[in-house]
Design a protein around this ligand. Structure first.
Ligand code: GTP
Ligand code: MG
Length: 345
């Protein structure tokens, strides 16, 4: 699963990327506009930590998401190459500049949001129009033609496709086009160091609410500085800025939520681990993430809630109190289920 950091040139994408991944990247307005940065980030998860306290496993594994910083493109607008790299990702985090640029001009996050929205709507509209033309000529799929006409009307009215009411089979039909305005979006307001502890600026909060988008505030510069510090120094530095914790973990979790995944847990003396699985996965499908044999030879899943397991202190105790369920192949795995798969191949 891949999350794209997007935004206008100089909004702070590479700085955010560096802060998240701890990788050193080139920053600076317009630096290496053609270079794409790619890095995996662990998703902090206190449930895994608590299970690990119980089992003291040899290995602890968190879920991971890949962040990509696709670059800002050239000049002061998004170019085609950037838009097409944006199609490759599962969700978008748009970095909005709310700090002064090198010549001292303050950023305007709401207009950056509107600009990206307009560009992505146009890019999707172009695809829809081309496809409609094609389908009108060869008459191969009248149902798709009708659907695309509906999308065209929406896009012409400046409605992103994520706000269009689409049935599951319709979404499936258009999945191949990888429409930009269909992707989930999280807004990241990148503020000056001195304002790192302030709430979301009201204008951005309104714009986000109108669109039903999530929003986090952070100062990429601060997060980058924190990432480079010894743990001992971090507390004091955060306090001097009025922060209780780095924004990084909160941001990563919010990005993870965008992907519409749930977390299945496994726990034992070998490993405590978080497994990201698509929401709605049945037990055998989820088991298949662990190993294909577990899906093929699936017999049953023994399921405990992570909080029960942590409170009771062992699987045996959970069993005694009837907190361990035995589930079959139709069971839909819920977020926070600790699963033990019985299989036979
Ligand atoms: N004061 C301040 N400056 C920042 C912050 N985040 C980024 N900058 C600076 O803004 C400039 C642009 O940041 P980048 O991270 O390179 O921006 P970008 O979005 O990757 O830019 P392009 O790749 O050119 O599109 C750099 O000089 C950063 O040091 C911040 O939170 N506060
Ligand atoms: Mg950059």
């Amino acid at each position: 699963m891949k999350v794209g950091l997007v935004g206008l040139p100089g909004s702070g994408k590479s700085t955010v990327f560096g802060a998240l991944t701890g990788l050193s990247v080139e920053t600076g307005f317009g630096s290496r506009p053609d270079k794409e940065n790619l890095g995996a980030v662990k998703v902090p998860d206190h449930r895994v930590d608590e299970l690990a306290r119980l089992y003291k496993p040899r290995k602890i594994t968190y879920a991971e998401i890949t962040f990509t910083d696709v670059g800002g493109g050239h000049a002061d607008k998004l170019d085609r190459k950037v838009l097409s790299s944006m199609r490759e990702v599962d969700a978008l985090c748009q970095v909005l500049r709310a700090f002064p640029d090198p010549i001292g001009e303050m950023g305007d996050p709401v207009s950056e949001l509107e600009e990206l929205e307009a560009e992505t709507i146009l890019a999707d509209l172009e695809i829809v129009e081309r496809r409609i033309e094609r389908l009108q000529k060869d008459r191969s799929d009248p149902r798709e033609l009708e659907l695309l006409r509906r999308l065209k009307t929406a896009l012409e009215a400046e409605t992103p496709l994520r706000d269009v009411d689409l049935a599951a089979d319709e979404l499936k039909k258009i999945a191949g086009y990888r429409f930009l305005t269909l992707k989930p979006v999280l807004l990241v307001v990148n503020v000056e160091e001195t304002r790192a502890a302030e709430p979301v600026p009201p204008a951005v909060a309104d714009a986000a609410k109108q669109r039903g988008l999530g929003v986090v505030v952070l100062s990429a510069q601060v997060e980058m500085d924190i990432a480079a510090m010894e743990p001992g120094e971090q507390g004091e530095f955060l306090a001097s800025l009025g922060l209780s914790e780095p924004a990084k973990d909160r941001f990563i979790r919010a990005a993870f939520e965008l992907l519409d995944l749930v977390t299945m847990l496994t726990a034992g003396p070998d490993e405590c681990r978080a497994w990201p699985i698509p929401r709605g996965s049945t037990a055998p499908k989820a088991a298949g993430k662990i190993h294909s044999d577990l899906e093929r030879g699936f017999i049953r899943a023994e399921v405990t809630r992570w909080e029960d397991l942590v409170r009771e202190g062992s699987e045996a105790k959970c069993k005694e109190r009837a907190l361990l369920r035995v589930e079959g192949k139709d069971y839909v795995v819920a977020d926070g289920d600790v699963v033990n798969v019985r299989f036979n191949v």
